[in-house]
Design a protein around this ligand. Structure first.
Ligand SMILES: Cc1cc2nc3c(=O)[nH]c(=O)nc-3n(C[C@H](O)[C@H](O)[C@H](O)COP(=O)(O)O)c2cc1C
Length: 187
């Protein structure tokens, strides 16, 4: 599939067929994640792969914000022992976000459906996930990707909006309505 076509085809898929994701595909998703760009080549990412149905069920029970019926969850974490030291440490968030997006696009290309579940910066979500998955203090879960064979279809789209684009320099005079902010507790 052509690259732009694949990027437009990636949509958040939240309904999944009752079919496991093959180990080989899981490894390919992780390869895609780890091929992402990373500041100073730090590669501060670590991944917790959860495909045990019992684990997934108990996660669903305990994490109110992550209740989709997927056969696979991959939690993307940043390890502060691997991340930049000092004021630029938070670059790990960009590295792990790039890895997450790579996984989503790769999943689409493999005929899988996926959705990104945000964890950072919510202190309470971080705490719950760390406890549930025995994550040590120096590792922070950025987010989770639920993956499975899709049981819903969504239209590909680009969402190109020229009002969000400035050429050469920003124009603070430009009038455009900001999109309504999402309601609290949207997810
Ligand atoms: C940082 C981040 C956190 C997200 N968290 C959630 C979430 O907790 N639950 C959920 O269902 N979708 C979540 N999403 C998916 C967005 O809702 C989705 O990307 C957005 O509505 C646009 O739809 P699309 O992915 O189909 O283009 C998240 C996406 C991002 C980038």
């Amino acid at each position: 599939m052509e690259v732009l076509e694949l990027i437009f085809k990636r949509r958040s898929i939240r309904a999944y067929a009752n079919k496991p994701v093959e180990q080989e595909l899981i490894i390919n998703l992780l390869k895609a994640a780890m091929a992402a760009p990373t500041a100073a080549n730090c590669q501060p990412w670590e991944f917790i792969v959860i495909d045990d149905p019992e684990r997934l069920a108990s996660m669903k029970e305990q994490l109110v914000f992550a209740r989709y019926n997927a056969p696979l969850a991959i939690v993307v974490c940043g390890n502060m022992k691997l991340a930049f030291k000092g004021p630029e440490q938070s670059l790990w968030i960009q590295d792990c976000s790039a890895a997450t997006e790579n996984m989503l696009i790769a999943a689409t290309g493999m005929g899988l459906g996926a959705v990104w579940i945000g964890i950072t910066p919510s202190e309470s979500k971080i705490k719950q996930v760390k406890k549930l998955l025995a994550i040590p203090e120096y590792v922070t879960p950025l987010g989770m990707v639920y993956v499975g064979y899709p049981a819903e279809e969504k239209e590909p789209r680009s969402r190109y909006n020229e009002k969000r684009v400035y050429w050469q320099e920003y124009d603070p005079e430009r009038k455009h309505r900001a999109k309504d902010a999402p309601k609290k507790g949207h997810y």
